[in-house]
Design a protein around this ligand. Structure first.
Ligand code: ADP
Length: 359
């Protein structure tokens, strides 16, 4: 094989954090060598322990083997001297999450299914069960944690520790909260969707002094785009929970979410599906269930993908009202509050086999 043929194969290797540009156009391919049928590729990174290094090494090998099956491939890495100096204060190391036992992504294929409502209530319910819990609201399209927890007028403290900027989470209802909403006004939220969104989100997770936690939930942005892939690559998630509603269209989106976590390069366990708005129950007739979005769509989807159905949450006026009022439903002993407590118990149970196995 000639070097330029191999170079062409490497055009297939896209960098998920760089707008999916490939490693050749990004100038990361330092050297390609071919000797006795063995191919050695040297990739240049601009920093030590680049969280995407392993992924890019794997993708490089896979790209060559896909085009030329049976080839022996070795990928070496170097750190370029001219590595860009990182902006002051930015430190995306894993120190601040080193005492977090489990990081769990709360995801949904599309917006409006109640992902944030479920994430916030799960956090409160886990805390009520005695776990140490934090929640990072990374939903760039509508950070809702400040409103749902009644902390929209609070401002997290940030300070410099040596060269590193550390952000203190807010604490309320026994949970540590962080949200991009504390830093950007809703009308500024657009800027969070550009290329800077990724780093800002990671900073909001990795530079926060979480301390010792059993669970750190990440309220992920809805959908399965670039930001998500980069987030799930760079944050050492234990696994994920997927929220859906029973409507067919929401369920089709679930498939994308499931595929994202099961993707070869990500391979994170999905602890379960949460079917939100599973039925409507009027406040005054708590025994009545109206399946306005169809019945058991979530259960069917869970079965199809071999994922446990962790819980079904009804549409109840009080869930919306408590969300809007900053006092999550999971604080109450009403049936809707207890539904979240039950869900939290099931999640804790599902994560147990992964104790001590987090990256
Ligand atoms: P997402 O995060 O998926 O965009 P949200 O959690 O922001 O969705 O929920 C969208 C709206 O639906 C909010 O007004 C919320 O209060 C409401 N909502 C979510 N789940 C329920 C529920 N089970 N019962 C009643 N209202 C709900």
């Amino acid at each position: 094989m000639k070097q330029n043929e191999i170079m062409k194969m490497l055009y297939d290797v896209q960098h998920p954090a760089k707008g999916d540009k490939n490693i050749v156009e990004l100038g990361m391919v330092e050297k390609v060598e071919c000797e006795d049928g063995k191919v050695t590729v040297t990739l240049a990174f601009s920093r030590h322990r680049d969280p995407l290094a392993e992924y890019l090494i794997g993708s490089t090998k896979a790209a060559i083997i896909r085009h030329a099956p049976g080839t022996e491939v070795e990928v070496k890495t170097i750190i370029r001297d001219e590595a860009k100096k990182k902006p002051a204060g930015l430190d995306l190391g894993f120190d601040e999450i080193s005492k977090v036992r489990h990081i769990i992504g709360v995801a949904s294929g599309k917006g409006g299914v109640g992902k944030s409502t479920v994430a916030v209530n799960l956090a409160v319910a886990l805390a009520r069960l005695g776990y140490k819990v934090g929640l990072a609201d990374a939903d760039v399209y509508g950070p809702s944690v400040p409103k749902m927890t009644g902390t929209e007028n609070d401002q997290p403290q940030a300070f410099l520790e040596g060269e590193k900027e550390v952000i203190m989470p807010l604490e309320k209802y026994g949970v540590k909260w962080m949200s991009i909403g504390y830093f950007a006004k809703p009308e500024q939220a657009l800027i969070w969707r550009g290329p800077m969104a990724c780093n800002a989100l990671k900073q909001m997770i990795l530079q926060v002094r979480w301390g010792e936690l059993d669970f750190l939930l990440i309220d992920m942005p809805p959908g399965t785009g670039d930001i998500h892939i980069s987030l799930v690559h760079d944050i050492p998630l234990t696994g994920a929970v997927i929220v859906t509603t029973p409507q067919a269209v929401a369920l089709a989106d679930v498939e994308k979410g499931v595929n994202m976590f099961r993707n070869e390069s990500i391979r994170k366990p999905i602890f379960g599906l949460v079917e939100n708005m599973a039925w409507f129950t009027p406040e005054e007739l708590p025994e009545n269930r109206y399946y306005i979005f169809g019945k058991d769509g979530g259960r069917e989807m869970a079965d199809r993908y071999g994922i446990p159905l962790l819980g079904q949450i009804p549409i109840v006026q009080s869930i919306r009202e408590s969300g809007d009022g900053g006092e999550p439903a999971a604080l109450s002993d009403r049936p809707d509050g207890l539904a979240f407590i039950d869900l939290a118990g099931k999640l804790a149970e599902a994560v147990k086999p992964f104790d001590g196995k987090s990256e």
